[in-house]
Design a protein around this ligand. Structure first.
Ligand code: F6P
Length: 367
C-alpha cells in the first residue's frame, strides 16, 4: 500500500474538489492506497495538524463545491516562508525541512494541484529530492504543457454570462460597457468569453492596444446604427508603449495585483469617443462557486491519472491535456515560460474574422 499526500496551492479554482475526490477514490478503489490530505498548501506539510488521512467519507458530496476542502494558501512558498523570530517577521528557506518532513511522514509521493507558482515550487522541491506529481489548475489557463487547466471553463462561463447581461443594458442606454476580466498576464479568459459573449472590442495582454483604434470602432458602430458597444478587457491589457496597471500602484511581491485598466479604457471612451461608458470589474466571481460540468470532467480525469501515476511512483510528471487527450508530461518542461494566447492563432483569427476589434488595428467591415 502506497501513502499519497495531496495539497492545493495558490488561489482556488472551481474544480479543485473534483480533482481531490478523484485522487482519493481512484487511489483507494483501484489500488488500495492511502491518501493523506495536506491543509493550506505546502505550509501544511510543516504543521502539526497539517496532514490527515482521507477516505470516501472525506470526499463525499464535494463534487459540485467551489473552493477547496484542503484550504488554499496564496503565500506559503517554502523557499521563502514568513516566520516570526524574536517578535519580528522574517523570510526563511524551509524547503529542506519540507523534503525531510515528507520522508518523516512516510509519504511515498505528493500530488500537488496548483498553477504556475505552485508548480514552479514543486519543480524546485523535486530538484531537492521530493517525490511530486503536478496537476495544473488556474482560471487563467496560463500553464505551459497543457491545453486546459482546471477552473478555466468555469471562469469563461461566468465572464460570458456577464457579457450577456451587460449587452441588454448597454443596448437599452446606448452605452459602451467595459468588462474587466482576470487572467493575469494571459488573455485566454477574455478572448474566449469575448468571442462567446459577442464583444465588439477585446483587449488582451498579448496585443497592446491604441486608444484611437477603440474610438474608431465604437464610432463606426454608431454610424452603422449600433448605438452600444461591449468591451471585454483583460486586467493585464495595456496601451502600446504603456504599462500594465496594478492595484494601488502595487508592483512589488511575487504576485502583484493587477486591476484598473477597465476604468482607464472606460474613462477614455467617455472623454474622447463621444459615447457614455460604464465599467464592471467581474473579479473573484470568476473564481468562486460551483464548477461547470466540463471542469468537473477535466478535474476528475486529471485526478484519476494522477492516482495512476502516484501508484506507479512517477514523480516529476504533470498531468496534462494534449490534443484533447488527458496524458502526462515532464513537469520540468512546462515552465520555460507562462503560456500566452497565440496572437497569430485560430482564436485571434476567429475574433478578427467576426469583426471584433483587438485594439491594435481597426479593420472596417463590409456591410
Ligand atoms: O491566478 C488567478 C487569479 O485569479 C488571476 O486571474 C488574478 O490576477 C489573481 O489570481 C487574483 O489574485 P488574488 O485572489 O490574490 O487577488
Amino acid at each position: 500500500m502506497k501513502r499519497i499526500g495531496i495539497l492545493t496551492g495558490g488561489g482556488d479554482a472551481p474544480g479543485l474538489n473534483a480533482a481531490i475526490r478523484a485522487v482519493v477514490k481512484t487511489s483507494m478503489g483501484i489500488y488500495g492506497n492511502q491518501v493523506y490530505g495536506i491543509r493550506r498548501g505546502y505550509e501544511g506539510i510543516l504543521q502539526e495538524d497539517g496532514v490527515f488521512p482521507m477516505d470516501y467519507g472525506t470526499v463525499r458530496g464535494i463534487l459540485p463545491q467551489g473552493g477547496t476542502i484542503l484550504g488554499a494558501a496564496s503565500g506559503g512558498n517554502p523557499f521563502s516562508i514568513e516566520v516570526e523570530e524574536d517578535g519580528e517577521t522574517v523570510t526563511r528557506d524551509r524547503s529542506g525541512e519540507v523534503v525531510d518532513r515528507i520522508a518523516d511522514l512516510g509519504l511515498d509521493i505528493i500530488v500537488v494541484i496548483g498553477g504556475d507558482g505552485t508548480l514552479a515550487i514543486a519543480r524546485g522541491l523535486i530538484e531537492k529530492g521530493a517525490p511530486i506529481i503536478g496537476i495544473p489548475k488556474t482560471i487563467d489557463n496560463d500553464v505551459e504543457g497543457t491545453e486546459m487547466t482546471i477552473g478555466f471553463d468555469t471562469a469563461v462561463g461566468m465572464a460570458t454570462y456577464a457579457l450577456d447581461r451587460l449587452h441588454t443594458t448597454a443596448e437599452a442606454h446606448h452605452r459602451a460597457m467595459v468588462l474587466e476580466l482576470m487572467g493575469r498576464y494571459a488573455g485566454f479568459i477574455t478572448l474566449m468569453s469575448g468571442v462567446s459573449g459577442g464583444a465588439d472590442v477585446i483587449l488582451i495582454p498579448e496585443i497592446p492596444f491604441k486608444y484611437e483604434v477603440i474610438c474608431q470602432k465604437i464610432n463606426d458602430r454608431v454610424k452603422r446604427g449600433a448605438n452600444f458597444s461591449l468591451l471585454a478587457v483583460s486586467e493585464g491589457a495595456r496601451p502600446e508603449g504603456g504599462q500594465m496597471i496594478y492595484q494601488n500602484g502595487d508592483t512589488g511581491g511575487a504576485q502583484p495585483r493587477l486591476g484598473g485598466i477597465g476604468d482607464a479604457v472606460s474613462d477614455h471612451i467617455q472623454a474622447h469617443c463621444g459615447v457614455e461608458s460604464r465599467v464592471t470589474v467581474l473579479g473573484h466571481l470568476q473564481r468562486g462557486g460551483s464548477p461547470t460540468a466540463y471542469d468537473r470532467w477535466l478535474a476528475s480525469q486529471f485526478g484519476a491519472i494522477a492516482a495512476h501515476l502516484a501508484d506507479d511512483g512517477k514523480a516529476g510528471r504533470m498531468v496534462a491535456l494534449r490534443g484533447g487527450v488527458v496524458t502526462d508530461v515532464e513537469l520540468s518542461e512546462t515552465f520555460i515560460q507562462a503560456k500566452e494566447v497565440d496572437v497569430d492563432g485560430a482564436g485571434v483569427e476567429t475574433a478578427r474574422g467576426l469583426g471584433i476589434c483587438l485594439g491594435d488595428r481597426y479593420d472596417y467591415q463590409r456591410e
